[in-house]
Design a protein around this ligand. Structure first.
Ligand code: NMX
Ligand code: MLT
Length: 470
């Protein structure tokens, strides 16, 4: 090896040596553990909410039963990551001089260690990821062996599961690691898995839609932009900016959404990160969750086709009512927690106003936004008639040439695994318990809530007489 090459490797190592994630988390842990012990000792039996019959039947909506320090969804302000709104994150997270949107390495730093990153921190994470971004050959072989009609989300999840044999946590567990130390190899798995995500997402795209070409990442590019590069869009600087925006805003959404909760549940059994995260992605692949991104695009394209362009407000309302009357939901609208327009929708809307103001599909998104809240409100049952993150995301991808309708959720998953993996490390570090809520039968609930049937004193006489009961 030439001296300059050696120096370069040394420099690279040097540039992320100061990350010391393990030490930082270890330093924060004693205080956290004490805080939780104290809280539980003193207030463990204080109720923080109630479970009603409708909540038990209604998907536990609004039941506070999960813990995370990493993010929180406020019904009005939207997502807060470590206390920062989406706008604040987009504004404050470190960016390279010539970039508009943040380096996702900085966001991952914030997710993992709760310190606001400097540019050096963000670049260090990006450098560390760069060293770990390659996929083992068997993952590519597995994906290539799947039938051509396999959904890209299935390929993506399979890719993650195929990485499971590399799990440091699984190895450490089988070698007998204490469960109090299990978070350390989990952290290693989190750094390894997140590093490979753009490579994996690009492999899925290339195998599905580009005849199986497999591109190497570009060492000069950041994590988000490398996805663009690997799918053949390395020269499209605007698309690279979109990737940075997309990967920043989809990364997390507290612990109760279906994918985070699934991943947390699986991880609570001490399954390793590859097992728990792939499970989480399977939840994301449902049309009421992350697949709504592809469903929105499908719906908008059908709407455009029906009216041959931008429909009038009346035509749009009519089309929406047809969807509702067919027993379907309007994709991209509504939310389990939010009660205002999703701040992640707004961030993408602003991007579109800047870069694709005249795009017909973007104009359609705008028209839908003018009409849909009123239409949904008039159903009299929806709690939030406003757009969520999925009401626009696939439209932006489509504009930049990602016209394969089914693909956008893979990008959602690529970003979301940042949050899921950070939650997983902290859940193990704090020793959160295996999940095991109870279930009831309807008869048991009826017994619990219905007043006992009052039986007339002379019931036996009445029954045996047979004439008074009808
Ligand atoms: N279109 C039609 N009906 C809706 C919609 C919608 N977009 N959103 C809610 N409703 C209905 C809902 O199905 C329920 O009806 P019913 O009582 O007959 O079961 C009623 O309105 C009350 O639901 P909410 O309490 O407002 O919403 P909930 O918390 O149950 O569901 C979603 C939240 C997100 C699942 C729901 O709004 C939905 O299905 N939206 C469309 C799919 C979507 O965009 N999902 C993506 C969410 C974000 N993400 O990325 O995960
Ligand atoms: C998410 O980003 O996970 C969605 O908005 C769904 C949710 O929060 O329930």
């Amino acid at each position: 090896m030439k001296l300059t090459e050696k120096q370069e490797i040394l420099n690279q190592k040097q540039s992320y040596k100061n990350l010391a994630f393990e030490e930082r988390i270890a330093d924060q842990l004693p205080a956290w553990r004490d805080r939780l012990h104290q809280l539980l000792d003193q207030y463990g039996s204080v109720p923080i909410g109630e479970v009603t019959v409708s909540k038990a039947y209604g998907g536990m909506r609004g039941v506070f039963a999960l813990i995370t320090e990493i993010s929180h969804v406020d019904p009005n302000m939207g997502l807060l990551i470590r206390g920062y709104t989406i706008d604040e994150l987009l504004d404050k997270l470190p960016k390279k001089e010539d970039h508009i949107y943040p380096l996702v390495g900085g966001l991952y730093y914030l997710l993992l260690v709760d310190d606001f990153p400097t540019l050096e921190d963000a670049l260090s994470v990006e450098n560390m990821w760069r060293d770990r971004q390659d996929l083992p050959g068997h993952v590519i072989d597995l994906l290539k062996a799947m039938p051509a009609n396999t959904h890209p989300m299935t390929l993506f999840t399979q890719g993650i599961l195929a990485l499971q044999p590399t799990s440091e946590a699984a190895r450490a567990y089988h070698e007998g690691i204490s469960r109090h130390e299990y978070w350390r190899p989990m952290l290693e798995d989190a750094l390894n898995l997140t590093a490979k995500l753009p490579t994996l997402a690009a492999a899925v795209y290339n195998i599905k839609y580009r005849g199986g070409v497999i591109a190497e990442p570009d060492a000069d590019l950041d994590w988000s932009a490398n996805f663009a590069y690997m799918i053949g869009k390395g020269k499209d600087d605007e698309y690279k900016e979109l990737c940075r925006l997309f990967m920043t805003i989809h990364a997390d959404q507290e612990n109760g959404n279906a994918s985070a909760h699934t991943s947390h549940l699986v991880g609570s059994t001490l399954s390793d990160l590859y097992l728990s995260c792939s499970a989480g992605l399977n939840a994301l692949a449902g049309p009421l969750h992350g697949l709504a991104s592809q469903e929105t695009l499908r719906w908008l394209l059908a709407l455009e086709l029906r009216y041959g362009g931008l429909p009038s407000h009346e035509e749009l309302a009519q089309f929406a009512l047809e969807t509702l009357n067919a027993g379907k939901v309007i994709p991209g609208y509504g939310h389990g927690v939010l009660r205002r327009t999703d701040s992640r929708f707004t961030a993408q809307y602003r991007f579109a106003e800047r870069f694709l103001p005249d795009d017909p599909l973007f104009k359609l998104v705008g028209r839908v936004y003018e009409v849909m809240p009123q239409v949904l409100h008039s159903t009299g049952k929806i709690n939030n008639p406003y757009p969520n993150v999925d009401a626009i995301s696939a439209v932006l991808q489509y504009y930049y040439g990602i016209t394969q309708v089914e693909f956008s959720t893979v990008l959602f998953g690529t970003s979301r695994l940042l949050g899921l993996s950070a939650h997983a490390v902290w859940a193990r570090a704090l020793g959160l318990s295996i999940e095991r809520p109870r279930s009831l039968t309807t008869s048991l609930i009826e017994e619990m809530v219905m007043p006992p049937i009052s039986v007339p004193k002379n019931i036996n006489t009445l029954v045996s007489g047979g004439s008074k009961i009808t």
